[in-house]
Design a binder for this molecule. Structure first.
Ligand SMILES: Nc1ncnc2c1ncn2[C@@H]1O[C@H](COP(=O)(O)OP(=O)(O)OP(=O)(O)O)[C@@H](O)[C@H]1O
Ligand SMILES: [Mg+2]
Length: 337
């Protein structure tokens, strides 16, 4: 893999460094002073609701849009002052696939390889290889206009990886993909990272962020509202919630008491909701889940139903912005551990 030499004054540890980035569209502040870093060889997940500014950020970092203020340096190159060098070090999969409709899948990839100065043979090999990796070999000769949405997206991803870019931007890469294809994409991203690439990934899916990202930055209305490692943010939100439905609803308070007295590591409290006949327990790890269920069993409580519930992106936002979730709103009795 060829990697472009960095400028001597470029950051050593950060492949992407963004400071005070601002982009306005008329009255809309799409980016309102964004700071973020992506360490070399890691994946940064950028989370945010619709209109948060994710795509605008990716466009600024790919030189497709010029920021109004602030700086962004990618692989040592300034997005405004060195756009040409920068473009040669990055790969981009946009939110909207950008393949040439009239060309076949293979021709699309071969053409991009040639545009990236790969010799003919290498471009051919790389096109074959990427089609294979994204399960498009059978459709290689068909024009892209006949591809389904998922196939198009896979082709687009393959195209962004042809040149083995040092820094790869993926803007909602798996939105609209079926679970199997989503897993294929995740595998490919992980492979790129294992080979040394740095990835900035925007997503609406917590699961995707958890699978791929080392760190997360949450943006809302053009501003960074939280950042940190995935487990740090999850801990803030409370991770999963375990729901236990006892065979006998009258036992709910006793169950909560036993749990509080057990003093399980990291189990911060249980909430009884008598109307629902449920006990809610925030859970941060599989070990805690097992321990909680164990305590219930060893005290002889009968359990009719048990389930876990992951925080949704909505809940993450609610938690990060300091608002309560509906579970705690309906709390009628709280038992602190
Ligand atoms: N070309 C444009 N002209 C005018 N307004 C724009 C343009 N592009 C983006 N915006 C506005 O800037 C804001 C940020 O948009 P952006 O596309 O970056 O959000 P996003 O986080 O990618 O959203 P989504 O999750 O829906 O893809 C929005 O209010 C959007 O309407
Ligand atoms: Mg977007």
């Amino acid at each position: 893999m060829t990697r472009i030499d960095k400028n001597p004054d470029g950051g050593k540890d950060n492949a992407v460094e963004v400071r005070g980035l601002v982009k306005h569209y008329g009255e809309t502040k799409a980016l309102d002073g964004v700071d973020l870093d992506v360490r070399e060889g890691t994946v940064l997940g950028v989370l945010g609701p619709n209109g948060a500014g994710k795509t605008t950020l990716v466009r600024c970092l790919s030189t497709l849009v010029t920021p109004d203020a602030g700086t962004a340096v990618v692989a040592g190159y300034d997005v405004v002052k060195q756009p040409r060098q920068l473009r040669r070090t990055i790969g981009l999969t946009g939110q909207y696939a950008s393949v040439d409709e009239k060309l076949s899948g293979w021709e699309n990839l071969y053409m991009i390889g040639r545009l990236l100065d790969l010799p003919r043979r290498a471009a051919r090999q790389r096109a074959d290889e990427m089609l294979e990796r994204f399960s498009l070999t059978d459709a290689a000769k068909r024009p892209a206009m006949q591809y389904s949405g998922g196939m198009r997206r896979r082709l687009d991803l393959a195209a962004s990886m042809i040149g083995q870019p040092a820094v790869l931007y993926l803007d909602e890469p798996t939105t609209g993909l079926d679970p199997r294809t989503r897993n294929e994409v995740w595998d490919e991203v992980q492979r790129m990272v294992a080979e040394g690439a740095t990835v900035l990934l925007t997503t609406q899916y917590m699961e995707e962020a958890e699978q791929l990202a080392n760190e997360l930055t949450v943006i809302d209305r053009g501003r960074v509202i939280a950042n940190g490692r995935v487990d740090e943010l999850k801990a803030k939100v409370g991770g999963r919630t375990l729901q236990i439905r006892p065979s006998d609803t009258a036992q709910l308070p006793a169950m909560a008491r036993v749990l509080a007295e057990a003093g399980l590591d990291g189990v911060s409290g249980a909430t009884v909701v008598p109307d629902e006949g449920l006990l809610y327990v925030p859970i941060l790890s599989d070990a805690q889940l097992t321990a909680v269920v164990g305590v219930m069993g060893s005290h002889g409580f009968g359990i009719a139903h048990i389930g876990t519930h992951l925080p949704s992106l909505d809940e993450v936002f609610l938690a990060i912005t300091g608002e309560k979730t509906s579970v705690s709103d309906t709390t009628e009795e709280e038992v602190a551990a």
